[in-house]
Design a protein around this ligand. Structure first.
Ligand code: PMV
Length: 314
């Protein structure tokens, strides 16, 4: 039994979502696959997840190579513990395979948390509503990270193009007007939690930073109307506005600005996706030729489609 849980791209509203503003994000056709097979031993293996992990649940022995591996392992173990507490005991071998390296900002941690819980339920033969899965996945992120908005886990669990309101949590889903998104992976400088803490510190030093956060909230509302109306030019322009506002929060580097300038003829717009300081840049491509321009960058790039179904058994 194999479960696929999609990665998540933030189209509008990251950082402001931490302060209660809405955000728009999409599940994509690349993410994490979790294979679960019942066994007399409970073991976790991460294969092509770009980290090496092996955990023997009974002996409580874990091997994770390097910092990335350990971080990844803590999501897996917390997800297994929460699944066991909520769904009942299970002995199984879990094998994980990811399309992106962890910590690039494509919500690998959310997709891992959601995927492990969904696979656990499927292996155990119990049903799990998408909303319930989203909630349990969010609990994993909260435990491991200390703070996290419900955005990534909700979008990975539910799928599609969603506008989410963080508290109380609610969401709206629409048919995406775009076929594809392009992603460029820049080297990441810093962890999400540290970047979120820096924004919080900036906000506590300057009252005017609240106005930037409010403005991001307004961009989200306007962009949602453009998405509903299928107006890609409007969506792209607002992605750029959102990116400059994120720049005002100190999370957009010169590398992103240069990249967007270089790709301008091929895109409606683009911005960082996630905490920033490198990581994923999301682009709304105008037409096919972007592939050539992307190939010339010499950076990891992906053309992705929106995944409508969310985490599921394949
Ligand atoms: O960089 P990522 O994929 O971890 O995304 C972080 C998004 C923030 O809005 C900055 C934080 C959050 O918890 O929503």
């Amino acid at each position: 039994m194999i479960v696929f849980s999609p990665g998540v791209i933030k189209l509008f509203g990251e950082h402001a979502v931490v302060y209660g503003k809405p955000a728009i994000a999409a599940a994509i056709d690349r993410g994490v696959r979790v294979k679960c097979s019942r066994s007399d031993r409970a073991v976790v293996r991460a294969g092509r997840a770009q980290v090496y992990v092996e955990y023997d649940v009974e002996r409580r022995e874990a091997k994770a190579i390097g910092e990335e591996g350990e971080k990844f392992l803590s999501y897996v173990l917390t997800a297994l513990r929460i699944a066991e507490a909520e769904l009942g005991p299970l002995k199984a071998v879990f094998e994980l395979e990811g399309d992106f390296p962890p910590s690039v900002g494509a919500a690998t941690s959310a997709a891992t948390s959601v995927g492990v819980i969904r696979a656990y339920a499927a292996c155990l033969g119990v049903g799990l509503e998408k909303e319930e899965l989203a909630k349990l996945g969010h609990r994993v992120e909260l435990e491991v990270q200390g703070a996290a908005s419900p955005m990534d886990t909700a979008v990975s669990a539910i799928g599609g193009l969603l506008k989410i309101t963080p508290s109380p949590f609610s969401y709206e889903k629409i048919n995406p007007p775009m076929k594809e998104l392009a992603l460029v992976l820049l080297p990441r400088r810093g962890l999400t939690k540290d970047i979120v803490a820096d924004v919080r510190a900036l906000r506590s030093r300057h009252r005017s930073v609240d106005a930037v956060i409010d403005a991001i909230g307004e961009v989200v509302e306007e962009a949602w109307q453009c998405l509903k109306g299928g107006d890609l030019k409007c969506v792209g322009e607002l992605m750029e506005v959102n990116n400059w506002l994120l720049g005002a929060l100190g999370v957009v580097g010169d590398d992103v600005v240069a990249l967007l300038r270089y790709l301008k003829p091929f895109i409606y717009g683009g911005k960082i996706s996630g905490a920033g300081r490198g990581g994923v840049v999301v682009l709304l491509p105008k037409r096919g030729e972007i592939a050539e321009a992307l190939a010339e960058l010499g950076l990891p790039t992906y053309i992705v489609r929106i995944d409508e179904l969310g985490a599921r058994a394949l």
